[in-house]
Design a protein around this ligand. Structure first.
Ligand code: PRT
Ligand code: ZN
Length: 283
């Protein structure tokens, strides 16, 4: 038994997908392009066009895959979203020429919209009870208004600079997207077990990225208030320093309120605060 994972063969999700495998300790031969076998995990990697991944997973050519939610939802294929992966983040947005007025979705009534995402756009139009003409094109959607092909576009945006360069402004978010791990519904017992092991590693890696290991020195009389600030996973490690009246405190701090916590620690009298990245985190 080998679990077959489909990833994008080149493009925006390629590096992130390989990076994820590496962080999960899954080693691949260098420079493989069509199909490759992991050395130390029962997994074969198939390199495909991103648009083909949902269908291949549905057919069982691949058991699992890494694909953008935008592609998955546009495809409408009945496969499972197992986990959000935190990379390849973007949004599918409606954009119109900068000078055009916009108050609500009603303003696109009767307009011609260029997109590579006709299904998602139609759903958005239906939800907003708007009728517009969808003009499906496969690439360079952003130039459509400039060359008179459409009045508006519905395209993926990350930094927004492509829209800006083409004289367009974003007016609605149709979908927020990131790379996700997908799987077919019935993998069978053995493959499911290996998927669970893969998922266990992914979650440990993701968790570690959101946390940092913190070491600091604290005066003993302030120990309790410092411990309250960094409760960690169970409770912090406290070790006596060679200098009387001082302790070393080790704990884990979440990314979200990281700087706030560090400031409070300083205020409470913590010294020599060291912050170290965590590679894996299993709870
Ligand atoms: O060959 P294949 O079919 O596999 O690749 P592709 O050309 O269809 O896809 P690719 O590699 O461009 O994108 C793969 C996936 O990356 C997408 O399906 C999204 O899930 C995700 N992603 C994240 C993006 C972007 N960010 C993104 N910015 N996909 C495309 N873009 C494009 C967008 O279409 C526009 O042209 O980048 C431009 C906008 O970028 P900004 O930064 O200027 O806003
Ligand atoms: Zn594609």
């Amino acid at each position: 038994m080998r679990l077959k994972l489909a990833i994008q063969k080149s493009g925006r999700l390629y590096d992130g997908s390989l990076e994820l495998l590496k962080e999960c300790g899954i080693e691949l031969p260098n420079g493989s392009k069509l199909k490759t076998e992991a050395y130390n995990f029962p997994m074969d990697i198939l390199f495909l066009r991103d648009d083909d991944i949902p269908q291949y997973v549905l057919d069982g050519v691949a058991d699992i895959g890494i694909v953008g939610e935008n592609v998955l939802m546009e495809s409408g294929k009945d496969i499972l979203t197992v986990e959000k992966l935190g990379f390849g983040k973007c949004r599918l947005s409606l954009a119109i020429p900068k000078a055009d007025e916009y108050n609500s979705a009603k303003d696109i009534n009767g307009k011609k919209i260029a997109t590579s995402y006709p299904v998602l756009l139609q759903k958005f139009l239906d939800k907003n009870k708007v009728t517009a003409e969808i003009h499906e094109i496969s690439g360079s959607v952003e130039i459509a208004p400039g060359i008179g092909l459409a009045d508006a576009v519905c395209d993926l945006v990350s930094s927004g600079s492509t829209l800006l360069m083409n004289g367009l402004k974003e007016v609605e978010t149709v979908l927020k997207s990131e790379a996700v791990l997908v799987a077919q519904h019935n993998l069978g017992k053995e493959k499911q077990e290996w998927l669970d092991k893969f998922l266990f590693r992914i979650r440990a890696v993701k968790k570690a990225k959101h946390n940092k290991y913190v070491l600091l020195n604290a005066p003993n009389e302030k120990l309790q208030s410092i411990i309250n600030l960094i409760p960690g996973m169970k409770s912090p490690t406290v070790l006596p320093l060679a200098e009387q009246g001082w302790s070393s405190v080790h704990s884990v701090v979440n990314d979200d309120d990281f700087w706030e916590v560090i400031e409070k620690l300083k205020k409470e009298g913590a010294q020599g605060i060291l912050v170290i990245p965590i590679e894996n985190m299993v709870i």
